[in-house]
Design a protein around this ligand. Structure first.
Ligand code: 13P
Length: 255
């Protein structure tokens, strides 16, 4: 069975000391543990080391993730972070293909696929994002669009344990807008993603891959998503920036 996952994407928020403070707050909020729920925090790259130290020193019940990675091992790629660098700092996960990276920084499905391969080679679990714009949804093409993204993003990926690859469905129109998708909207796409994973990886592996919903997910609505058969958790932006609201979502997933 799939363990639920609640992952926090801090985006470009929190200085080093603010990041440490948020991580410490989360340690306190989650002092009773997280049951079978996998909890991940993804701070900005410059905060990773500080949060890693909090996790190590307090045996925190959450794991560390990056927000982006480059696929080369090292070299003249100014401003980029190599997968081995994430690994060395203790990141067990990394978000790739977030719609903000796709739209502001031109990341393509081909890039996302290369990033996934580079992460898997380093034992880091990709949290691979997909999702449609409002125009695509209004044109009724959202299912076909997301399925196409997933096919391209997963091409040629190899991993044995299905827990080592995670997909996050994040409709662009729901991100940071307060206009969250309904639980049925999320299920429609997450179900189509699962069917695509069956085609790509086979029934057994597809049944073990977690699919998260993201886009204005918060303590008040996360339970609705989690009640859907193909939604296994949430990728949380705004509500992950406060320890109490993020912890409330983890507790919802534990219930
Ligand atoms: P919000 O939860 O702020 O809408 O952000 C979602 C997101 O993009 C997480 O990656």
């Amino acid at each position: 069975m799939r363990n639920r996952m609640i992952a926090g994407n801090w985006k470009m928020n929190k200085t080093f000391s603010e990041g440490v403070e948020l991580a410490l707050g989360l340690v306190e909020e989650l002092a009773d543990g997280t049951g079978s729920v996998d909890v991940v925090v993804c701070p900005p790259a410059i905060d990773l080391k500080g949060v890693a130290e909090v996790i190590e020193q307090s045996s925190a019940p959450f794991a560390l993730g990056g927000q982006n990675v480059y696929w080369e091992e090292s070299g003249a790629y100014t401003g980029e972070t190599a997968p081995g660098m994430l690994e060395a700092v203790g990141a067990a996960y990394c978000i790739i293909g977030h719609s903000e990276r796709r739209s502001y920084f031109g990341e393509t499905d081909e890039d996302v696929n290369k990033k996934a391969k580079a992460l898997l080679a380093h034992g880091i679990v990709p949290i691979s994002c997909c999702g449609e714009s409002l125009e695509i949804r209004q044109a009724g093409e959202h299912v076909a669009f997301v399925v196409d993204q997933v096919r391209k993003d997963t091409e040629g990926l190899e991993f044995d344990d299905p827990a080592r690859y995670v997909i996050a469905y994040e409709p662009i129109w729901a991100i940071g807008t307060g206009m969250n998708a309904t639980a049925d909207d999320a299920q429609e796409i997450c179900g189509a993603i699962r069917a695509t994973l069956v085609e790509v990886f086979g029934e057994e592996k597809a049944a073990g891959i977690r699919i998260l919903y993201g886009g204005s997910a918060k303590p008040e609505n996360v339970g609705g998503y989690l009640s859907m058969p193909d939604v296994d958790g949430a990728l949380v932006g705004g509500a992950s920036l406060k320890a109490d609201s993020f912890a409330a979502m983890v507790k919802s997933a534990m219930a």
